[in-house]
Structures are given as C-alpha cells and as structure tokens.
Design a protein around this ligand. Structure first.
Ligand SMILES: [Zn+2]
Length: 269
C-alpha cells in the first residue's frame, strides 16, 4: 500500500492513466470473452485481442519508460472507439449466420426430397432478403410451379413483389460456383457444371467471410505492436536473443491476424 502511494507521489500522471484505463479494459475483456464463448469471434482473434489489451494495461500502469504510458493509453482509447463498431458488426454477423443455416437447412431438405416446394420457397426468401433478387425470383418460381396458386396466395404475392423490385435492378446476378468457377444464372439450384449446392457455399463464404470487425481488431493489434510492443522490447530488454525472440513473436502474431483478416478468403470461425 505504501509502495503504491509512493509510486503515485513519484509519477502522478502515470497513476492517473492507470486508473482511467481500468474500466475500458474491463469492458473490452468481458465483451471479448462473451464473443468467444458465443462463437461470434474467432478464437485466435479473441485470444490475441485479450493478451494485447492486458499488456497495454500493464504498460500504462508500469511503463518501462514514462513515454510509453500515454502511448499505451491512446491505444486503449482507440480500442474504445473501435469497440461499438466491432460489436455492431458481430451482432449483424450472428443474424447472417442464422440465415446461412436456414439456407443449408433448405438444401438438406431438398436433398432428401427434391420437389419439396416449401423448402425451395424458404431458400428463395432468404436469397431475396440478402439481395440475390434474380436467384430468389428464379427459384421462387420453381417452387410456385409446384404449389397450387389458390392454396398459396401469400407466396404468389411475395414473388410479385420481388419481380416489381427487380425491375429497378439491371445488375447481372450470375453467381460463380466456389467449387468449379462455373457461372450459374437464376433458377439454378445446383451448379450446372459440378452439381454442388453453390448457393449455400456462396452464402457461407461471402456472407460469413472476413468482416470489418476482424479487420479492425487486426489493424489495432498491428498498430499496438508497432507503437508500443516493438519500441518497448528494443529499448528496455538487454539480452539480444530475448529481443529477437520477442520481436519475431510480435511481428508473427500481428502478421497472422492481418493475413486472416485481409487475405484469407474462406469463412472464419
Ligand atoms: Zn460448380
């Protein structure tokens, strides 16, 4: 206790930074652990984000040189600016994940019973709400052809609404198959070239792939490594092999996150 008081007396600015950093770090830690448990954040991203936040907190409270305390504190402030954007992105991604599951479920039902019109219509509906209007109309019409019009007025009305919306769309909506690259037009359920359920693959890859949240977290980690981690390692550690090991570790970690966030094309988590 006396030691703590002495350190506050010796460096009141550092102590103030330390106090101010505790709440944002606690908020971030609780949120990231929650995202990891819910499977909303990639485990690797969550773990690195927690470690970097913890180390920044240590630097703010006990900087090897006073100059690093305000820099680390700015890093924590930056995290608080990024935080609501990351949270919004992850919430949206969780909703999209449910839609992707519905599309995969519809394909599952169709594989068991290929003329299941209601599964086909559900698939069309999900595609429509995700902006694939041409495919939605094409597959919706396939489904309607199997449904007596008098018994499914709602489905008929929905397709009329979609056709109306499609009038304003001129974009070519052919989708390339992720397995073979063949471009499939509307009203095609299975890739014409390889037979894959390319719409489900497209949904999982494109809609659940790398998100802005991953990119923000990766960029933040890289910035903290460059501004705090590397300068502190080089300036305060004397043993050369240790310096090299820590530099390689930090660059490797930041590089891996940047690669997963910006270059890796598959779906994460
Ligand atoms: Zn294909």
């Amino acid at each position: 206790m006396l030691e703590l008081l002495a350190s506050i007396r010796d460096s009141p600015v550092t102590a103030a930074f330390g106090c101010a950093a505790i709440i944002p770090l606690a908020v971030w830690t609780i949120a990231v652990v929650g995202w990891m448990i819910m499977g909303e954040m990639d485990f690797l991203f969550g773990l690195v984000a927690l470690i970097v936040a913890f180390l920044l907190g240590m630097v703010v409270m006990m900087p090897s040189q006073p100059v690093f305390a305000p820099i680390a504190f700015c890093g924590i402030l930056l995290l608080m600016i990024v935080f609501p954007i990351v949270r919004r992105q992850l919430d949206r991604r969780a909703l999209v994940a449910i839609e992707v599951e519905q599309i995969e479920g519809a394909y599952q039902m169709l594989s068991e019973k290929p003329d299941n019109a209601s599964a086909m219509f559900k698939l069309a509906e999900r595609l429509y709400y995700r902006g694939l209007v041409g495919h939605a109309i094409g597959i919706g019409e396939l489904a309607l052809a199997k449904m007596p019009q008098s018994m499914f007025p709602e489905e008929n009305r929905a397709i009329q609404k979609w056709r109306h919306a499609a009038k304003n769309l001129t974009a070519n909506q052919d989708l390339p198959c992720l397995v073979c690259g063949h471009r499939n037009g509307p009203a095609i359920l299975y890739c014409e070239s390889c037979g894959s359920n390319y719409l489900a693959l497209y949904a999982r890859g494109k809609w659940l792939g790398t998100t802005l949240a991953m990119r923000l977290v990766a960029a933040w980690v890289a910035a903290m490594v460059a501004l705090v981690g590397l300068p502190m390692t080089v300036s305060s550690i004397k043993e050369l092999p240790m310096v090299i090991a820590l530099v390689v570790l930090q660059i490797g970690m930041a590089g891996l996150l940047l690669w997963r966030a910006f270059a890796y094309k598959g779906a994460l988590a």
